[in-house]
Each structure stands twice: as structure tokens, then as C-alpha cells.
Design a protein around this ligand. Structure first.
Ligand code: ADP
Ligand code: MG
Ligand code: ZN
Length: 616
């Protein structure tokens, strides 16, 4: 194959100038007939890895996908680009299904999207085998693993693929990164000597922020109002808060709808559809809303409640900014959530699960309270090292937390831990340490005679909550550690003992203040940083105008707006202001088919706008 066939097709069919990281490598290995495992972050462009080669290789590319909405979306997108694709799933009536199968038999499609249960139906694959299947792409491959957060039993049957089609190469794609899940995917799909590609997980266009949760509803409303034309997701813990939040937002004139697993499927689908089509701005949701949200212009993700763990947080925030333009991730962090979760964990029946859940809670609380670059913690979780200098945007890098000299507080805390162990011969939990420091009169203190300790009541200058935060920060600094058992015990580390004995200076961060401003990142950071985060500075009025046109065209075709053009394309138009077809063809996302279909209307709109401006 000539090396630039891929590049040429990329521009001609998809209108893209260059490949995203690893896309070319993945396609080339797959086209060479190898099994491939590709782990790319959300928004990394996994779909292209099977869509583009489908145009090159003879035969049919079969794509396994877990969600009907997802398939429909991709088929619509292929349609607008003029690529013959279809899907088969349970929503089609018998006649339509038959019609598609006949066209399949005649070899009229390059791509077939299909749900796993359909693919593994008796006879279906045998039928397909008579035709030439060039590749099986398993999208969202982590669904095969019970260790993933999206396990789908139907995916399990894909294990049989290798027996039925021993010669057809498999391409497995996912954004879920844990070691365990990776291993499961390779093993269960029985990939043979696979080429493995693991992308970089940093998402430079996302800004991560954590703010203290004060009046969460008002905080969300202010945030959403500061971005009047952006859409986003607000994740909540419970179904009830999902519904209440949507309701209140609507009362405040923010077009919002709820999404959770307790809603009728019909309502859920309708709300998702409204969101995809930009009819509503906000979806309030439980984590049931996630995979399959292919909408590339989700501009913000808010966590109204504390997420369960860092991995979940990474995946959920990952749904923002797939198009590569700047997007905001905001976490509202309140001590109340931590307490609620801890209680919830205690009710779990399985002690193993409890240990894991406690550990995860500790990690996410540390993340929320941390003063260092958010990316270090997020990426560190996936084993990726990150240097804070490379951070484009997180609250701790943009406006470093104020620090205070915490030497005295640290000395008091550390010596209290030390004295308790010295006196009693056993360790105690964080709460008890705080009770001693603040001179509480509890039953345990009396029983263990801890009121006789020299550190008893020496910490009255701080509230109990402040001491708890100080304790947690000392953990992050590695001076004390906490065990993950039910009654977790606080102990000095070797480093903590050194700091205590040598009276080393300790710097602590000032506790989180309420957000200084609710303005979008782009407004506060008209700086280089925003530039680096991929912002496209353009004529906003023209952009708005083009958005309206796009919506109109999308509605006519009964597809989501982004299937006509992405925000990236529109912003480029509003920046470069193309005046003729040649200039229009240079806009990203403009392939041959879209050029023929849309150049004229968009050029006309751009000309009208220029005209109106001149008149002013
Ligand atoms: P993933 O499945 O990895 O989350 P998608 O396949 O949905 O990502 O792609 C995310 C977005 O990136 C889509 O809007 C897609 O059109 C766009 N995209 C993919 N590859 C490229 C590329 N090489 N250049 C520009 N945009 C791309
Ligand atoms: Mg995808
Ligand atoms: Zn940072």
C-alpha cells in the first residue's frame, strides 16, 4: 500500500488534515492483517481507526458496538460523508432489517454496525462468512470485562468469534485503562500476537477545577449562566437529585433534562436525543449517562457530588471536549459528601468491597483537597507520569493554592500521634487524634487516660474540621499514613518521624476558598494557556450565525448538529472566513461530500454576515 493512501483518504472523505496520535500506526497494523489492541483516551479518535481502513480494504468491516444510539449516530455521520454504512439492531422492523440484509448480500456496504447479541445469533456469522469479512472491530472492548465499569454479559459471547472466524483480524478499542481490564480484553477476544497501542491519557484541552461546595445549586446555576451557549453534563449521586436539579434549572430558564436508569427507556432516549441535537443545554445525570455520549461539543462536566473514585472521575470528565476545543471540568467538593459515602461504605456486606471502596474514597478525597497539579494525580492513577510544567490548565496550576507555614500544626499533630502510641501501645483513628488535640471529653479518652497526654487540648486554635484537613494533608505529604481497614489507624511514616524529631518546616495549603469567579476558563485565561489548550479565536458573531445554520441543516436531515459539522469546523470558518470553494475545502472536516453538499449554503451565510458588518 502506498503510504499516502491513508492520508489522502483522510482529507478526501473526512476532511481532516492530519492523524491524531497513533491513528496511523493502528490503521497500518490492522490493514497489514494483524490483531490490534488500541487504548486511546476518549476523544482520541478511535472510530476513525476502523472507518477509514474500511474504505481501503476489500470486503466488509463489521463493527461491534454496545449501544444502539451509538451505532445510529455513526451511521448517520457516515451517511453525511457519503460512506456506505448501516446497522442492524433490535429497533428495526422485520422489513427494514431484511432490506438491509439484502443490500449487505449485494455488497453495498463497507461498514456494518451490529450489537454483540445480534452478531452472535445462530447463523448470522455463518451467513456473513459467505461474504468477505475483512475485519471485526470491537468498540468499547472493555465491556467484555467484569472488572470494567461497564460490563455487558452480551460481550462475553464474543469469545467465540475466534472459533467461528479464525482468519479474520480483530481490532479491539477502548478508553478504559486499568491493567486488569486490558488483560481481560486480550485474553477473552483471544487476540493473536496483537499489536498493542496505548495512547497518552492527558487531555490538554480540559481544565480541571475543584471548588468548595457551599450552595451547590447556586454554584451550578452561576456556572451554567456564565456560558450561555455551551452545553454540558451535571453528574449527581442520586436519581432524586438528578431530577430535582433538572427541575430547578428549568425553572431558572436553563433548558435541562434528567437522565438516570430509573427513567422509562423512552424518556431516557428522548432526553439523550434532545441533548445530542442541541435542543437542551444541560443533562443532569447519574453515571448511567456515559458511554455512547459521542457528542463532541460537550463544553463542561460538573460533578455535583463527590465521584466514587478517580477512574470514574477521569472517564466522566473525559466526555467533555472530545472535539479538542477547551472544556471545563468542575468538581464541587463538600465534607458532607465524604461522611455520607463513608457511612454508605460501612453498610456494604462484602468486607473486600469495603476495603476497596474505602481506599478509593481516600484517593478521591486526596485528589479533591490536593494542592498540586490535578493532572499529576489523575494521570498518575493510570501509571502515567506527568510534569506540572506541562499542565495547560488546572486550578492548582492556574492559581496556586495559598500556602501557610504549617510547622506548628504539623508538630502538634505528629507528636500527638506519637504520644498516643507511646502511652497506649496501639494506634488510633484520625478522629481520636483530633479529639485529643482539641481536648474533647469522650468515653475513650477517659478510658485510655489520654487527657493526661502532653498534647491533650493543645490544638484549640483550629476547629475539628480544620484538623481533619491538616491530617489529610500530612498524609498527602507522606508524613503519616492511614490503613484502609474499617477502623483505620493513623501512623507516622519514617519521614514523619524525621520531621517530628528534627522540627523540619512544613508548608500547608490554606483550605479551599469559595470560587473567585464563575467565569469560563476562556474568559479568565485569554492567555497563552488558553491558546495552548486549543482555543480557536474567531468572530463569535459569525460563529453564532453558522451554528444556527448548522442546526437548521441538521434538523432538516434529522441528525445531531455535529454530524453536519463539528464546532472545530465552524470556528475555523469564523476565523478564516472562506470566500470561495477552494478556501472552504481547506476547513477541517470538509471532505468531498460535505464540500458538495454544504459549501454553497455556508459560503452564502458567511457573505451575508460580511455584508451586514460592512453596512454597520
Ligand atoms: P473516541 O471514540 O476515541 O472517543 P471519536 O472516534 O468519537 O473518539 O472521535 C472524537 C472526535 O474527533 C470526533 O468528532 C472525530 O470526528 C474527531 N477526529 C477523529 N480523528 C480526527 C483527526 N485525525 N483529525 C481531526 N478530528 C478527528
Ligand atoms: Mg468511541
Ligand atoms: Zn496542573
Amino acid at each position: 500500500m502506498n503510504r499516502d493512501e491513508l492520508g489522502d483518504l483522510l482529507k478526501r472523505s473526512f476532511g481532516f488534515e492530519s492523524f491524531r496520535p497513533l491513528q496511523r500506526e493502528i490503521m497500518e497494523a490492522s490493514l497489514a492483517g494483524r490483531d490490534v489492541f488500541a487504548l486511546l483516551p476518549t476523544g482520541g479518535g478511535k472510530s476513525l481507526c476502523y472507518q477509514l481502513p474500511a474504505l481501503i480494504r476489500p470486503g466488509l468491516t463489521v463493527v461491534v458496538s454496545p449501544l444502539i444510539a451509538l451505532m445510529k449516530d455513526q451511521v448517520d455521520a457516515m451517511d453525511v460523508m457519503g460512506i456506505p454504512a448501516t446497522c442492524l439492531n433490535s429497533t428495526l422492523d422485520a422489513r427494514e432489517s431484511q432490506r438491509r440484509q439484502q443490500k449487505l448480500a449485494r455488497g453495498e456496504y463497507r461498514l456494518l454496525y451490529v450489537a454483540p447479541e445480534r452478531l452472535m445469533l445462530d447463523g448470522f456469522l455463518q451467513d456473513l462468512r459467505c461474504r468477505h469479512i475483512a475485519l471485526i472491530a470491537v468498540d468499547e472492548a472493555h465491556c467484555i470485562s467484569e472488572w470494567g465499569h461497564d460490563f455487558r454479559p452480551e460481550y462475553r459471547r464474543l469469545t467465540e468469534l475466534r472459533d467461528i472466524l479464525p482468519k479474520v483480524p480483530i481490532l479491539a478499542l477502548t478508553a478504559t485503562a486499568t491493567e486488569r481490564v486490558r488483560y481481560d480484553i486480550l485474553r477473552q477476544l483471544r487476540l493473536q500476537d496483537p499489536a498493542v497501542y496505548v495512547g497518552e491519557f492527558n487531555r490538554p484541552n480540559l481544565t480541571y477545577r475543584v471548588v468548595a461546595k457551599h450552595r451547590p445549586y447556586d454554584q451550578v446555576l452561576a456556572f451554567v449562566r456564565a456560558r450561555p451557549s455551551d452545553s454540558g453534563i451535571v453528574y449527581c449521586q442520586s436519581r432524586r437529585s438528578v431530577e430535582q436539579l433538572a427541575e430547578r434549572l428549568r425553572e431558572d430558564d436553563v433548558p435541562a433534562r434528567p437522565y438516570h436508569a430509573g427513567l422509562a427507556a423512552e424518556d431516557r432516549n428522548r432526553h439523550q436525543e434532545l441533548f445530542l441535537r442541541d435542543e437542551i443545554r444541560v443533562v443532569t445525570a447519574t453515571i448511567a449517562f456515559g458511554m455512547g455520549i459521542n457528542k463532541p461539543n460537550v463544553r463542561f462536566v460538573i460533578h455535583y457530588d463527590l465521584p466514587k473514585n478517580i477512574e470514574g472521575y477521569y472517564q466522566e470528565t473525559g466526555r467533555a471536549g472530545r472535539d479538542g476545543l477547551p472544556a471545563d471540568c468542575l468538581l464541587l467538593f463538600g465534607a458532607g459528601d465524604t461522611v455520607k459515602y463513608a457511612q454508605f461504605i460501612e453498610q456494604k456486606a462484602d468486607p473486600n468491597e469495603q476495603v476497596i471502596a474505602r481506599r478509593q474514597l481516600q484517593e478521591i478525597v486526596h485528589y479533591a483537597e490536593s494542592a498540586r497539579c490535578r493532572r499529576i494525580d489523575l494521570l498518575g492513577y493510570f501509571g502515567e507520569e506527568f510534569a506540572a510544567e506541562d499542565c495547560v490548565a488546572c486550578d492548582n496550576c492556574l492559581s496556586p493554592k495559598e500556602t501557610v507555614d504549617g510547622t506548628v500544626a504539623a508538630q502538634k499533630f505528629l507528636s500527638c500521634v506519637y504520644r498516643i502510641r507511646e502511652k497506649s501501645g496501639f494506634g488510633v483513628g484520625l478522629n481520636h487524634v483530633i479529639e485529643v488535640l482539641t481536648g474533647a471529653a469522650t468515653e475513650k479518652i477517659r478510658r485510655w487516660r489520654h487527657e493526661t497526654l502532653s498534647t491533650y487540648g493543645v490544638g484549640l486554635e483550629h476547629s475539628r474540621q480544620e484538623w481533619a484537613a491538616i491530617g489529610r494533608e500530612l498524609m498527602r505529604l507522606g508524613l503519616v499514613q492511614q490503613t484502609a481497614e474499617k477502623f483505620s489507624i493513623v501512623e507516622l511514616t519514617a519521614q514523619g518521624r524525621t520531621v517530628l524529631s528534627q522540627r523540619t518546616a512544613v508548608t500547608l495549603s490554606r483550605q479551599m476558598a469559595p470560587p473567585a469567579s464563575d467565569a469560563p476558563a476562556s474568559a479568565s485565561g485569554k492567555s497563552q494557556r488558553a491558546e495552548r489548550a486549543g482555543r480557536i479565536v474567531c468572530d463569535e458573531m459569525l460563529f453564532e450565525r453558522l451554528r444556527r445554520l448548522r442546526k437548521h441543516l441538521a434538523d432538516e436531515r434529522n441528525v445531531p448538529a455535529y454530524i453536519v459539522f463539528s464546532d472545530v469546523s465552524l470556528r475555523q470558518m469564523a476565523r478564516d472566513v472562506p470566500r470561495d470553494e477552494r478556501a472552504f475545502a481547506r476547513i477541517t472536516g470538509v471532505g468531498e461530500k460535505k464540500l458538495a453538499e454544504f459549501a454553497e449554503v455556508f459560503l452564502a451565510e458567511i457573505a451575508t454576515h460580511a455584508e451586514a458588518n460592512r453596512a454597520m
